[in-house]
Design a protein around this ligand. Structure first.
Ligand code: PMP
Length: 389
């Protein structure tokens, strides 16, 4: 239950296992083509947007987005909410972009009026925002940021590594230009795929770059391959992660087949994540745990970043682990010894037994640290909310 890589469904595991298919095998061509179509549906992207699925991690998707968008000396704005927006800054500097930042203290979102003022001040080519920062649990209203950027004629790149398929976002209105993720989080696959959907406008920006992107990252290399697979044709540029592609079409189909609270598909999936975050919150409250992100409106639904109670420190993570559930320590460099993180995304959000086991392990870990914890009360609080789907 760390915030990625997450547990995957038995069906995804079964699709991933088995002899490695060749990249030109008819079954692989079909799985690749279908996955790209499914990505458009999960991303809520128009037919004109280009999905890419490439062997690599979320960082590769960030790198591709930057490398194909900015030329040396061009101004960009990064909305800073933690560790992963700082990474975006570093990537952009490698491409010699002129990077401005508008930042919040760890555990806080950047207020939208501040984002708007920074866009007006810096007139960037593109605004980069982390949808949910996994280091702090802070969520930005990425859709609203994209609206502000659009008004000012700027493009928007959203890092959805800890959000895509869990937090609502739509590319349909053309304001979000790139929404990127890695396979190991709410998409519900093992690690190893960089996944991004790119608007027509952002695709066109590649054509006017003053120098080409690094070889492996170049949209011009990958676009013909993605198009071929979608047309169910064989293609080769660089060998895809074929077992993962087989798993991808199964995992994406599970998201699109979700049915929850009177909704279906991706809307059901995002509603399910919100509901589970609320149920977990009931349990954390029963333990008296507080979030690093104090404002409930600014918290992502994919993880809980929880402060250690007084007298408890990072060894709580191992104490929880001793009860059979892996959680993660803090990650933000300025306060990582002050909190721990529990992921609740993807397949786990369909498994109340797993959530209950997690709440129990956290409570027992707290008790082993000398803190009073009402394990039965916390589990009851979780299941009470869960049952009101
Ligand atoms: N952005 C966010 C928000 C992330 O959570 C992560 C990974 N935890 C990354 C980017 C980088 O992704 P990866 O580790 O898959 O390269």
């Amino acid at each position: 239950m760390i915030p990625g890589p997450i547990e995957v469904s038995p069906e995804v595991r079964a699709a991933h296992d088995g002899p490695p298919p060749g990249h030109l095998a008819p079954s692989l061509v079909e799985a690749y083509g279908r996955s790209l179509e499914q990505m458009r549906a999960v991303w809520r992207a128009p037919a004109s947007a280009q999905p890419f699925m490439v062997a690599g991690s979320g960082t590769l998707a960030m790198d591709m987005a930057a490398a194909n968008l900015v030329s040396p000396g061009e101004r960009v704005l990064v909305v800073g909410t933690g560790y992963f927006s700082d990474r975006m800054v570093e990537i952009l500097r490698r491409y010699e972009a002129e990077v401005a930042m508008v930042e919040a203290p760890p555990g806080e979102a950047v207020p939208l009026p501040e984002v708007q003022a920074a866009i007006r001040r810096t007139t960037p080519k593109a605004v980069f925002v982390t949808h949910v920062d996994t280091s702090t649990g802070v969520r930005m209203n990425a859709q609203a940021v994209a609206g502000l950027a659009h008004e000012a004629g700027a493009m928007t790149v959203v890092d959805g590594v800890c959000a895509t398929a869990a937090e609502p976002l739509s590319m349909m209105d053309g304001e979000v230009d790139i929404y990127l993720t890695g396979s190991q989080k709410a998409i519900g696959l093992p690690a190893g795929l960089a996944m991004l959907v790119v608007s027509e406008r952002a695709m066109a920006a590649r054509d006017t770059l003053r120098r080409p992107p690094p070889y492996y990252l170049d949209y011009h290399q990958w676009r013909p391959i993605m198009r071929a697979y979608e047309a169910r044709d064989k293609a080769y540029f660089a060998t895809p992660a074929t077992n993962l592609v087989q798993a991808a079409t199964v995992g994406l189909a599970q998201i699109l087949a979700d049915d929850f609270a009177g909704k279906t598909g991706i809307e059901a999936r995002t509603a399910r994540h919100a509901h589970v975050a609320c149920a977990m919150e009931g349990a954390w409250r029963a333990y008296g745990l507080e979030h690093l992100c104090a404002s409930p409106d600014d918290r992502g639904v994919t993880l809980s970043a929880l402060k250690y109670p007084t007298g408890v420190g990072p060894d709580l993570v191992a104490k929880i682990g001793a009860h059979g559930v892996a959680v993660a320590g803090g990650l933000h460099p300025s306060c990582k010894a002050e909190y721990f993180r529990v992921g609740h995304m993807g397949w786990a959000t369909t498994q109340p037994g797993l959530l209950e086991k997690t709440v129990e392990a956290v409570g027992r870990g707290l008790r082993d640290s000398g803190v009073e914890a009402d394990v039965e009360g916390a589990k009851a609080a979780l299941l009470e909310t869960w049952s009101h789907a």
